[in-house]
Design a protein around this ligand. Structure first.
Ligand code: AMP
Length: 286
């Protein structure tokens, strides 16, 4: 596995693959890898002959006062995991490589897609995401890029940007990987105190409760959200940032559920903000 720090090197690698008719897949990450990231890498491996993983804690997607400085990092462990998974290139640029002096461009996906949920709570976050993902795509020139459903709104934003800008990248969105007790894997889970960690699976319990009610015939989003908030309130340390039911594509609030809708949660445990979501379906999976 090659570890590349320079954009030019990453592009040269991708172009050399293309010359040999190899399909290139990219998995963008902020590192501190867990099984969720590894599941994306495995999908990339199974659908492309060359796999690039980017590791970049992107400063522009953090608002002042958020956890940029203390975001967990372990480059040695991350690179060992990537090597084990058969990754070809780990692209780990310095911030100055991505945002050199004088950097003045922003990619901004506008409208309802970024106005609600995390877009409302984290001003500027999705501009930072869209800008860095656009840059990673133009640097690595992947045929395929793999994202996680864990960040459902982010995946929707990236999909919209790719269509709007005619970027020649196929986007795959893969299921949420969870701990045995249901907590969605996240690099931020290490912030949780033992007590918070014990209560954190309440997000998954709330998602499951909503899905059960939908299968039992409940279609009213307000009624569902009342139940969801009731479950979340059973964890004394949980402070709800948002709990919303939205359209899976547009991310706009839904009042009465159709065939499917996204239940999206953001919940604070102390200073740690966890997000999770489920696509609520009217019929159980076949
Ligand atoms: P991050 O390093 O948190 O920016 O995440 C990098 C990619 O991994 C994003 O596409 C996330 O949606 C995805 N991801 C994070 N956590 C999970 C998880 N538990 N299951 C599946 N994908 C995940």
């Amino acid at each position: 596995m090659q570890i590349l720090r320079r954009a030019e090197e990453a592009r040269a690698f991708s172009r050399s693959c293309k010359r040999e008719a190899r399909r290139v897949a990219l998995v963008p990450t902020m590192g501190y890898l867990h099984e969720g990231h590894l599941s994306l890498i495995r999908v990339a491996k199974s659908s492309a002959s060359s796999v690039m993983v980017s590791l970049f804690v992107n400063p522009t997607q953090f608002a002042p006062g958020e956890d940029l400085d203390r975001y967990p990092r372990d480059f040695e462990r991350d690179s060992a995991l990537c090597r084990q998974e058969g990754v070809d290139v780990l692209f780990a640029p310095e911030a100055t490589e991505i945002y050199p002096d004088g950097f003045s461009t922003k990619v901004s996906v506008q409208g309802p897609l970024t106005e609600g949920l995390c877009g409302a709570r984290r001003p500027g976050h999705f501009d930072g995401v869209a800008t860095v993902v656009a840059k990673l795509f133009t640097i690595c020139e992947p045929d395929l890029a793999v994202f996680g459903q864990k960040d459902a709104q982010q995946a929707a934003v990236v999909g919209r940007m790719v269509r709007d800008l005619n970027l020649p990248v196929e986007i795959a969105v893969e299921p949420i990987v969870r701990e045995a007790d249901g907590l969605a894997m996240s690099s931020r889970n290490v912030y949780l105190s033992p007590e918070e960690r014990t209560q954190a699976p309440v997000l998954k319990m709330a998602l499951d409760t909503a899905q059960r009610l939908v299968l039992a015939g409940e279609r009213d989003a307000s009624a569902l959200l009342r139940e969801v908030k009731g479950v979340l309130a059973s964890a004394p340390l949980a402070k709800v940032d948002y709990a919303e039911i939205v359209d899976t594509v547009t991310m706009e609030p839904v009042q009465i559920l159709g065939k499917e809708a996204l239940l999206a949660l953001a919940v604070f445990f102390g200073a740690t903000r966890l997000i999770d979501n489920a696509i609520l379906k009217q019929a159980a999976k076949q």
